[in-house]
Design a binder for this molecule. Structure first.
Ligand code: NOJ
Length: 579
């Protein structure tokens, strides 16, 4: 294993996004400023100073556009209008101005694979009928079977059930997600023109970048061939037509591992999709100020993903291999190696991400008995995460994530060690996955619960009647509690981000430490710096591990008060050392 692993020089380039820490705001659950139970842009503006003090460089906001909210805003009815639930364009301008005043960049979400059924284009397509130019903007097809009563092919929706819905005149339209999210036809130049215009609309309004939704999905294989492999079927369920489906990697107790759990099939990662990124790259270059694209592409293995961040395409791609690696030394080690290698070959920085609004929060995943558990939601009847173990590992993982070369993504609440809500009542669930699978898949609501800001105030300071109920466990871990506690997870994140900045972590080279090859379960590496190398060690093993540098180096940061005992690193702990 040692022989196949290498050291990496510091990545080239000085653009801000190369080593930025980017905080994901899920607007509906961040902060409610008008008391309607849902977070909004006013709430984001109010809390920007909190994010500045946390020490992040940029904020990515999940969609806040006009939408019927069948998929929490990833079903856009108008790409140029702010949904009144979240505010107005003026609220966006105020937020962006304040963010820029504080030195924070703003990244907005772009949803190009599909629109909402409420988008004026889709309404026009339904009204205009078969063969019309309006239908050509979407993926309408005739059915099969004697009278067209069967769908055009056997594709499944990623949210469960079939990927086709029939309209009254007999045609079918494709939706890789919910039936309220019709897929656009990216063979149509009008669609290209429209998305260039949408990019320019937000670039003109001062957006510093875009997170691209389902970035590997817009181009479908010629002829829309059947796809027999049931890639998204959940282990243990029947393979009936309406069997449960997962959003991305096949969920389960122990997915095969990084690079092997990604979306494949005739609707993902088709070569033609790269032409879109070349086109958008040119649009971004019309603007000053290092604008960027980060793609949400569940593509593996790493060299395949790296194609999205070639010099004339996107700037970043989320590293989901790292997210699904679990709390497992060898998988984390191999993911770091393959990601650094693949990205260095195309001159792009890596990204590191542990959680987002589509995954069970890592402080809960890490609390399950399997180190690589990747469930699609956790319910009251499921194994309950061990809160102590999960949080301890999450704190250690943060020190790994925030030290690696490249850019890091922090999902709102990561900095609080926030757990998943594992006891949400079914009646509260809103994720279309839950409904399309008749409850077989719990879905993502447990990771989307409104943030706890303070022990006093309605909705723990979020606002009255939060759209999802907050669990009891949130009462003791609010921002206000944690700000006053130097041992809290929030204090750990703040120290880590300050040190990261001071030491220039994120922009360093990388060298493996021999401990990463030993049997103790330690992940260790050295970040070379002119002003003294930094060593990072994390113990993912089952017993305290000897780390000689604990005696000789200077302890910069530890994941917990008991992380270091003499020259041993405790289980589920991590440290930063100056050598
Ligand atoms: C990925 C988004 O992150 C997820 O929340 C959404 O449901 C799907 N794409 C469909 O837009």
């Amino acid at each position: 294993m040692t022989s196949s692993r290498t050291d990496f020089p510091a990545p080239s380039g000085s653009e801000w996004w190369r080593d930025a820490v980017i905080y994901q705001v899920y607007p509906r659950s961040f902060k409610d400023s008008n008391g309607d139970g849902m977070g909004d842009l006013g709430g984001v503006t109010e809390k920007l100073p909190y994010l500045k003090q946390l020490g992040v460089d940029a904020v990515w906001l999940s969609p806040f556009y006009l939408s019927p909210q069948h998929d929490a805003g990833y079903d856009v009815a108008d790409y140029r209008t702010v949904d009144p639930r979240f505010g107005s364009l003026e609220d966006f301008d105020r937020m962006r101005e304040e963010a820029h005043r504080l030195g924070l960049k703003i990244i907005v979400d772009l949803v190009p694979n599909h629109t909402s059924e409420d988008h004026e284009w889709f309404r026009a397509a339904l009204a205009a009928g078969p063969g019309s130019p309006e239908r050509e903007r979407y993926m309408f097809r005739e059915g099969t079977g004697e009278n067209g009563e069967l769908p055009p092919n056997n594709w499944k929706s990623l949210f469960g059930g079939r990927a086709w819905t029939r309209v009254p005149d007999g045609q079918w339209y494709l939706h890789l997600f919910d039936s309220t999210q019709p897929d656009l036809n990216w063979e149509n130049p009008e669609v290209w023109e429209e998305f260039r215009a949408i990019l320019r609309f937000w670039l003109d309004r001062g957006a510093d970048g875009f997170r691209v939704d389902v970035a590997h999905g817009m181009i479908k294989a010629d002829g829309l061939p059947d796809w027999d492999e049931q890639v998204h079927m959940v282990e243990g369920t029947d393979s009936a037509d309406d069997a449960a489906a997962a959003t991305h990697p096949t969920p389960g107790e122990d997915p095969e591992g990084p690079g092997k759990t990604m979306d494949t099939g005739p609707y993902f990662d088709q070569d033609g999709v790269h032409e879109i990124y070349r086109d958008w790259n040119r649009v971004l270059r019309e603007y000053p100020g290092e604008r960027m694209l980060v793609v949400e592409a569940w593509v593996g293995p790493a060299p395949r993903l790296a194609r999205y961040v070639r010099e004339d395409e996107a700037q970043q791609a989320f590293n989901f291999d790292f997210l699904v690696a679990g709390w497992h030394r060898d998988r984390m080690r191999d993911t770091i190696e393959t990601s650094l290698r693949a990205n260095s070959e195309v001159g792009a920085p890596c990204t590191w991400v542990l959680s987002n609004h589509d995954t069970v929060r890592h402080s809960s995943r890490y609390g399950l008995s399997s180190r690589t558990a990747y469930p699609n939601g956790i319910g009251a009847q499921d194994e309950q995460p061990h809160p102590g173990q999960g949080l301890r590992r999450a704190r250690a993982a943060a020190l790994v994530e925030l030290s690696l070369p490249g850019s890091a993504y922090v999902y709102q609440g990561d900095e609080l060690g926030l757990p998943e809500h594992t006891e949400l009542p079914d009646a509260a669930r809103q994720d279309p996955t839950f409904h399309r699978t008749a409850g077989a898949e719990l879905g993502r609501d447990g990771a989307r619960v409104p943030l706890p800001w303070s022990p006093v105030g309605e909705g723990l300071g979020f606002g009255p009647a939060p759209w999802l109920p907050q669990p009891e466990s949130f009462h003791e871990i609010t921002v206000d509690h944690q700000l006053g506690d130097p041992q809290s997870t929030l204090s750990l994140y703040r120290r880590a981000l300050r040190l990261r900045h001071e030491l220039g972590l994120g922009a360093t080279g990388f060298a493996w430490h021999p401990l990463s090859d030993e049997d103790q379960g330690v992940l260790a590496y050295v970040l070379p710096r002119e002003d003294g190398d930094v060593m990072v060690a994390a113990n993912l093993g089952d017993a305290p591990a000897t780390v000689a540098e604990l005696s000789t180096g200077e302890l910069l940061l530890a994941s917990g008060q008991d992380a270091v005992v003499g020259d041993t690193l405790s289980v589920d702990s991590a440290v930063w050392l100056k050598l």
